[in-house]
Design a protein around this ligand. Structure first.
Ligand SMILES: Cc1ncc(COP(=O)(O)O)c(C=O)c1O
Length: 425
């Protein structure tokens, strides 16, 4: 009896071994080859610092700077209470029809082109759209073209889905625009998809119209998917978002990724949308049905009310001037307190991306250690540029939209003090 229970204990009830020590079952190589990201570690650091009672200067998140419209929230609450069933039920995997109609109207209004609501899928954030697009259009071993640096999640997704990456650099000296020759060489019949983020994260540049057309042409000519991440399409100050959809050759190969996290400021509702040619949409719906059935329905209604009540325009016209002056304050502070950094005043998005090479090299550090130590010693949290690609190495990604101007200036002063302290030792 005793022998039997020892055997059961040792072998039949994993994950405990003979000594009652927890052991792990096998973890897939697909999962374990993705390294924990320094980004997540820094996000956890923010919580740790806050718990310990320190004043934290957090410039790491792509959060909107102001909450959603207050009247809209009140109105939404009343509607929820009045008709809970309608707001909390399942809806079709493609998403609430009313919202997809509203998206169509919104794209017509801002972009001046038509998308059939049947080609729109409401997703759980832009990030689900990114995943679904790659799942449905690529196979392991396929080649994708990324601009370097780019949104860090794309590097991890390429690794996760077993994709080979060809990259075109985009560097500060060139206004963070990729080189035409590189694009022409990189895109071929062997390419599965080209991924473009514009306005960009982390560089905040808007990709030039002629380069966008070149990419659209290359994609159509080589039968390649053009994945256009437009999460920041409304967060533009000095230039205009490039609605490449108006260019007649684009739509045939275009998969557009969108987010409601930035423009109507609901990142926690996890909502976005993707539109694409119908054969891709059919596949996306099939796979999304397996992953999440549908995106959060209360959020879909919230987005519908925001798009159809004029609140989106109102919110954007309130926040964009604030973001712009925050951008300028951060830019000026960097010029003043970090004179050896190379920095650019971007036309859009939420981030400054200064090149800190002289400082970081002098300290004999890499940018990841630099940001960890900065967080530990000064409770100033910024992201290391290398997580966005090789060409982001030794840069810092600093969010300018979330903090008032004085706090942005103070954060940069603290980076400068941190450098002085390190250089003295
Ligand atoms: C370029 C880009 N795409 C997509 C996303 C994903 O946004 P969400 O999943 O919150 O809609 C982000 C988030 O910061 C982003 O920066």
């Amino acid at each position: 009896m005793l022998v039997k229970s020892v055997i059961e204990y040792a072998f039949l009830i994993p994950p405990c071994n003979l000594f009652g020590v927890l052991t792990l079952r096998k973890i897939s190589s697909r999962s374990s080859r993705i390294k924990p990201s320094p980004h997540r570690r820094l996000v956890a650091k923010v919580d740790e610092l806050l718990k310990s009672g320190r004043v934290v200067y957090n410039y790491s998140a792509g959060q909107p700077g102001l909450p959603p419209d207050e009247n809209l929230i009140k109105d939404f609450y009343e509607r929820l209470v009045k008709n809970p069933f309608n707001h909390f039920r399942y809806v079709s995997t493609k998403g609430l029809y009313e919202l997809r109609e509203a998206i169509k109207e919104d794209l017509r209004k801002y972009g001046g082109f038509d998308v059939d609501p049947e080609n729109v899928v409401v997703t759980s954030g832009g990030v689900e759209g990114m995943n679904l697009s790659l799942i449905t259009t690529t196979d392991p071993g396929d080649e994708v073209v990324l601009l370097d640096p780019t949104y860090s999640v794309y590097w991890d997704l390429a690794e996760f889905y077993g994709l080979r990456v060809r990259r075109c650099r985009q560097v500060l000296g060139n206004g963070f625009q990729p080189e035409e020759e590189c694009l022409k060489n990189a895109v071929s019949k062997n390419t599965a998809a080209v991924i473009v983020v514009s306005p960009d994260n982390p560089t905040s540049r808007v990709l030039r119209d002629d380069l966008m057309r070149l990419i659209a042409d290359l994609c159509v000519d080589n039968d390649v998917w053009f994945i256009y991440d437009e999460a920041y399409k409304h967060v533009v100050y000095d230039e205009e978002h490039v609605w490449i959809q108006r260019y007649s050759r684009t739509m045939e190969k275009l998969i557009s990724i969108n987010s409601f996290s930035k423009d109507i400021a609901i990142p926690g509702f996890r909502l976005g949308y993707t539109y694409a040619p119908k054969e891709v949409v059919a596949e996306i719906v099939k796979i999304k049905g397996l992953l999440s059935i549908t995106s959060p329905v209360p959020g879909q209604w919230f987005a519908y009310y925001a798009l159809t009540s004029g609140v989106k325009e109102k919110y954007l016209s309130k926040v964009l001037p604030i973001y712009r002056s925050r951008r300028d304050a951060l830019y000026d502070a960097i010029r003043e307190h970090l004179p050896e950094a190379r920095v650019w005043r971007p036309p859009a998005s939420m981030y400054l991306f200064p090149d800190m090479t002289p400082y970081i090299e002098r300290l004999g550090m890499n940018d990841i250690d630099f940001t960890y130590q900065l967080a530990d010693r000064k409770a100033v949290v910024m992201l290391p540029g290398s997580i966005f690609g090789d060409y982001g190495n030794n840069h810092l990604r600093i969010t300018f939209v979330t903090q008032p101007e004085e706090k942005l200036k103070r954060g940069v002063e603290m980076v400068s003090e941190f450098l002085e302290e390190l250089e003295k030792h």
